[in-house]
Write a protein that binds this ligand. Structure first.
Ligand code: PLP
Length: 454
């Protein structure tokens, strides 16, 4: 690594050679970028000498906080023992075996097997192929359609972006691929309020969109329904309380698979190990990534239910022609094992449920009183503030292209707190280890940000 390079020179080089994800490159000037060079706990430092709170846990992933040397040591030890070997062709290795066992322990009782990749996106590619192959093996090859939701995010590979419901992403590269049907989302503040229904009625209506789609296309054509327990990248959309119980009823009555995308909600974010635990759903597939290693190394995968496992173990299933060179990478598995060990020892899931979660939710609700905020919502430690031009008339909204959200997000950065803007809302998803003092500082900085934006 180069040393003694000025912050400006780093930015010039970044501008010249680094193509960033999800970035309007033409609009990103050299000096607008931030170069993050160090982190500890909930704190980040940039190369301009600023200390900033990481309100997004990196990208919804650094659940155990930054700078945990225990994970670094576990990875170092694993790398000197066995830095890489594959899990193809009848081979395995100790860390992937131990990790699979540990994941089975924390997953819902009926889910006991894991297939690995390196990210949430490739986990959803695996899901895409597995749900269809499942029905092929079951002798129902016509069951191919996967129902998803508008404004869902399931990654940015071809299958991930197709499963997702982001219009902008579909517009690039001719997506979605055929066989994916997007239904309405349970977004009360954005969609439900203007319908004249109560929140409860709207939740049931949105759930029944699933049933209507199944009826319309025919149950014999539908392979699966995929959904995030709480839509994360779509804007931390917490569904009305009536939504998941109604979806559950529909799924119980229908012969289709259910995929709970746990890439954000998994590993304690909601105050349970998985979002499916929080909402009491019974998935067949749970794509995981992010909090699995707290982002220390890339690792993703899909936890599968016993009924899916049984079908893939049948002799007629034969070989499933799928896998990645880095499926179950030993060093990444070692990082995940150390991460899970920390989560258990420090009772982070319980902490989010009973201590720091409720503490932060109270502060967040207080921000909801601000004149610029139309709704403040938070489950566990993931939340959003919907910004509005006139609190007394919630039918009035900003233009929804995200201009005000972006301004607020930039103020937040300047004030020393990373929040994310989704349209005209501000999003937060901090490390689960944050102290009460840090939570208070985070809320105070968010309040200053709202004042500056107002
Ligand atoms: N699924 C969900 C719910 C996500 O939020 C994300 C990323 O934010 C993904 C999948 C894709 O994960 P990755 O960015 O690791 O490919």
């Amino acid at each position: 690594m180069r040393v003694n390079v000025s912050s400006h020179d780093l930015k010039v080089s970044d501008h010249a050679h680094h193509f960033h994800p999800f970035t309007d490159h033409g609009a990103l000037g050299v000096d607008e970028r931030r170069v993050i060079s160090r982190a500890d706990g909930v704190w980040l430092w940039d190369t301009d000498g600023n200390r900033i709170m990481d309100g997004m846990a990196g990208l919804w992933c650094v659940n155990v906080g930054h700078g945990r040397n225990e994970i670094v040591e576990a990875v170092r030890a694993q790398m000197s023992e066995l830095a890489y070997y594959n899990t193809f062709f009848k081979t395995s290795h100790p860390p992937v075996i131990e990790l699979s066992e540990k994941i089975a322990e924390i997953a819902p009782d009926h889910m006991n097997m894991v297939v690995y990749g390196s990210s949430g996106s490739d986990a959803n590619d695996t899901v895409f192929r597995m749900v269809r192959t499942y029905w092929d093996v079951m002798g129902k090859p016509e069951k191919k359609v996967i129902i998803s939701r508008k404004n869902a995010y399931h990654g940015s590979t071809v299958a991930g972006a197709s499963l997702g419901g982001m219009g902008g992403m579909h517009g690039q590269g001719g997506l979605p691929v055929p066989g994916i049907h997007h239904i309405d989302q349970p977004y009360w503040f954005g969609e439900g309020m203007k319908t004249g229904m109560s929140e409860e009625e709207f939740g049931i209506w949105a759930a029944r969109e699933l049933d209507r789609a199944i009826e319309e296309m025919g149950e014999d054509k539908i392979a699966a329904f995929i959904a995030e327990p709480i839509q994360g990248a779509g804007g931390v959309i917490v569904p009305p309380a009536s939504y998941w119980p109604e979806v559950k009823k529909i799924l119980e009555a229908r012969d289709i698979l259910f995929v709970s995308d746990e890439v954000i909600c998994g590993f304690g974010r909601t105050g349970e190990w998985f979002g499916a635990d929080y909402y009491g759903t019974k998935p067949d597939f749970m794509p995981i990534a992010k909090g699995l290693t707290s982002g220390y190394l890339p690792l993703g995968g899909v936890i599968i239910s016993d009924r899916v496992k049984e079908v893939f173990h049948r002799s007629e299933a034969g070989e499933f022609y799928h896998g990645y060179t880095y499926s179950g990478h030993p060093a990444a598995c070692a990082a995940a094992l150390a991460n899970l060990e920390i989560m258990k020892r420090e009772n982070l899931v319980g902490r989010v449920k009973n201590d720091i979660g409720p503490f932060m939710q109270k502060l967040w609700a207080e921000l909801g009183e601000h004149d610029l905020v139309g709704e403040a919502r938070m489950v566990g430690l993931v939340g959003a503030l919907e910004l509005v031009p006139q609190k007394s008339d919630l039918s009035r909204r900003f233009d929804n292209v995200g201009r005000v959200g972006t301004i607020a997000r930039d103020h937040s950065f300047k004030n020393g707190l990373v929040m994310r803007a989704v349209r005209d809302s501000l999003i937060i998803s901090p490390p689960l280890v944050m102290s009460e003092e840090e939570a208070s500082e985070m809320a105070a900085t968010a309040k200053k940000t709202l004042d500056d934006t107002w």
